[in-house]
Design a protein around this ligand. Structure first.
Ligand code: 1HE
Length: 263
């Protein structure tokens, strides 16, 4: 399917790609063509940047699936649509680079599923989280039953879906839905700073973090530990590791920023 919605902005800032959801008049609701365009921008960022930031233009991050498009779909079209979201969000979660999402306003339905496919979530206090699928007579279809449930836990997600409960940013932080809670208008800047930090890592380490770490969680303990050893050896024998270890030993490496001492 060709995508020509113009609903995605794309910019490169040094090593960081900035991908903006830009359909504010519909609260960045995601149509079929829009999700494809997100996938194209994610693929481009994987070639041109070392980390990416995903944010929403306007007053909201994303109001989820474009409900206007989903009236009168056949069952087969519904499955194909959901599988398309899965394939595209998988290129965020298990793609070439780490992604940080900057959240404000609505992070609702498919918007929460999209945020859950990124590796770090930064939210402003205006952000609110909801899964109103039950109220709309549908179900999550963008990977939420796996990714969002893993972040917050089954009981909380079941509660959100059964009751349509709207969760504040403060509560969402306690529920592990986000890692950084920041002031008004600060999420994008914080996300870019975190993306720059991640981009400065060895790329093979980042690859291991986004590909091996989540898979290890799905493995039996002994399998996970074995895969960990393989990744540890693969990264440590990479020439970039030798150079970085030498920089540390020769006191040329950037020092850790220790809270309460360096800030
Ligand atoms: C939309 C959508 C949408 C807004 N699809 N058009 N998602 C939802 O159930 C959330 C639905 N949206 C809302 O609850 C509200 O729009 C918000 C709380 C996010 C924002 O409220 P507000 O007052 O700022 O905006 P609004 O007046 O409700 O909406 C502005 C316009 O955006 C309006 O269109 P207009 O032509 O009347 O101007 C809305 O119809 C439109 N709009 N959200 C289509 N989602 C892969 S499966 C995932 C399943 C789901 O995501 S289910 C959850 C869907």
């Amino acid at each position: 399917m060709a995508s020509s919605t113009g609903h995605v902005t794309y910019e490169i800032d040094g090593d960081v790609a900035l991908l903006g959801l830009n359909r504010p008049e519909k609260r960045n609701a995601i149509s079929d063509a829009f999700v494809i365009e997100i996938g194209e921008a994610v693929a481009r960022a994987g070639k041109e940047a070392k980390a990416g930031v995903l944010f929403g233009h306007g007053d909201h991050f994303c109001a989820g699936l474009d409900l206007a498009e989903h009236v009168s779909k056949t069952a087969a079209e519904g499955v194909q649509g959901s599988r398309r979201w899965h394939a595209i969000f998988a290129t965020i979660e298990h793609g070439a680079i780490p992604w940080i999402s900057a959240l404000h306003g609505a992070v609702v339905g498919g918007g929460l599923e999209l945020a859950a496919s990124t590796h770090i979530r930064v939210a402003e206090k205006s952000a609110f989280f909801a899964l109103p699928e039950g109220q709309r007579g549908i179900f999550v279809g963008g990977g939420g039953s796996v990714r969002a449930a893993r972040l917050m836990g089954l009981a909380r997600m079941t509660d959100m879906m059964l009751t349509g409960r709207v969760v504040s940013a403060e509560q969402a932080e306690k529920w592990n839905l986000l890692q950084y809670l920041v002031g008004p208008g600060e999420a994008r800047e914080k996300a870019v700073a975190l993306a720059r930090q991640a981009a400065s890592n060895a790329s093979l380490s980042n690859y291991a973090i986004i590909h091996a770490l989540p898979r290890i969680q799905d493995m039996a303990e002994s399998d996970g530990l074995f895969v960990e050893s393989l990744m540890a050896s693969l990264t440590a024998t990479n020439p970039e590791a030798e150079q970085r270890l030498r920089e540390f030993l020769e006191k040329r490496a950037k020092r850790l920023a220790i809270p309460d001492r360096d800030s």
